[in-house]
Design a binder for this molecule. Structure first.
Ligand code: HEC
Length: 103
């Protein structure tokens, strides 16, 4: 009985950890000036990234890096990044909640 209780308590506390948002990417600072750490754009012309589909963001990043989307400022930002770093950034921005009332 006591063991059952301990297991139940452990389960109750581990579930929220499993659902935790993605870790803050090491490269987030490269994007924040234009897209915001929260994925809400900080400059005119930059899209909001918050809450966009993870796979869409990941594909877009690959396209900027390899030049299929030919946008020099995005290419400069993601050019040196690894696949794993692009994964982390796509995870992060898709997990952000868009701010209410934003354009
Ligand atoms: C100097 C400003 C600037 C920086 C820095 C920057 N971006 Fe962008 N980003 C833009 C602009 C402008 C666009 C729109 C380009 C276009 O028309 O395709 C864009 C587009 C995107 C898109 C496509 C969104 C969509 O809806 O199609 C993604 C994803 C993205 N950026 C992610 C990032 C990430 C991740 C970083 C950091 C590694 C970053 N950007 C750094 C300006 C910037």
């Amino acid at each position: 009985m006591r063991h059952f209780t301990i297991a139940a308590v452990l389960l109750a506390f581990s579930a929220p950890v499993l659902a935790a948002p993605p870790a803050r990417p090491a490269r987030l600072g490269l994007c924040a000036a234009c897209h915001g750490e929260d994925g809400m754009a900080r400059i005119p012309g930059a899209p909001n990234l918050a809450g966009q589909k993870r796979d869409y963001l990941r594909a877009a990043l690959a396209q900027y890096r390899d030049g299929r989307r030919d946008i020099p400022m995005m290419r400069a930002a993601v050019g040196p990044l690894t696949d794993a770093e692009l994964d982390q950034l796509a995870d992060w921005f898709s997990a952000q909640t868009p701010a209410k009332g934003a354009p």
